[in-house]
Design a protein around this ligand. Structure first.
Ligand SMILES: [Zn+2]
Ligand SMILES: [Zn+2]
Length: 223
């Protein structure tokens, strides 16, 4: 497992419709899919073991290693996908933060666990930034998402933390702890580190609740 990986998801297979995946093995009794929305090039799925209701992953359907690489490829139109997804997400779950623990070509190349993804959780971005800063990570603000694509050329691992109106990055952190993002969210929510491990505690009820709320709002909210 790559240091930056957050679960064993075989996302490429899952997004192309395979049913012998980590998701199906973890949820043998359903639901059949954890997808919230899908375009020809991007998708949003609920995290395999959500830390809280609303915890989901935003990702390109093609196998990129980072969101920086994804944004650099204009054919994916990931920036506009982000915009439309987050506007609905904010209406349903309220204030949110998007986080990436980006991998690079220098890290675990073969595992699909390094499939580029952003985590979305309904927490204030400052809470996450404060925790990570306390851990010694140094963030700087970018002008916006258009600047994120430029990180791809550096081929350095990075952390990205974004709210509705700000994007911050920490490029080349000293080390990237396994499941670090989950641990940070756990600290904010008062969940002990051991219980943040997705393979130890799987919060199946939160996955179901996230799917329900997303689709319920779809019927009730003009969008
Ligand atoms: Zn992750
Ligand atoms: Zn993949």
């Amino acid at each position: 497992m790559s240091a930056a990986g957050c679960d064993r998801s075989d996302l490429c297979a899952e997004l192309s419709g395979a049913t012998d995946t980590e998701f199906h093995a973890t949820y043998p009794d359903g639901p059949l899919s954890r997808e919230l929305t899908m375009t020809p090039t991007a998708a949003a799925v609920v995290d395999l073991s959500p830390m809280m209701a609303g915890h989901c992953l935003l990702l390109p359907r093609h196998h990129f290693l980072s969101i920086a690489e994804t944004l650099e490829d204009r054919s994916v139109e990931f920036a506009s996908f982000l915009q439309s997804f987050t506007s609905k997400y904010g209406q349903i779950f309220g204030e949110y933060v998007l986080v990436e623990h980006g991998s690079t070509h220098g890290m675990n190349r073969s595992a699909c666990v390094s499939h580029a993804h952003l985590h979305a959780v309904p927490l204030r971005a400052e809470l996450i930034l404060d925790e990570m800063t306390r851990d010694g990570l140094v963030f700087r603000d970018l002008a916006g998402w258009s600047d994120v694509g430029r990180l791809a050329s550096g081929d350095l691992p990075y952390y990205l933390v974004a709210g509705a109106s700000q994007v911050s990055v920490c490029v080349g952190p000293q080390r990237m702890q396994s499941q670090y993002f989950r641990i940070v969210v756990g600290r904010v929510l008062g969940i002990s580190e051991g219980e943040c491990d997705w393979s130890v505690v799987i919060r199946r009820g939160l996955l179901a609740e996230t799917i329900e709320r997303w689709h319920f709002e779809s019927y009730c909210t003009p969008y």
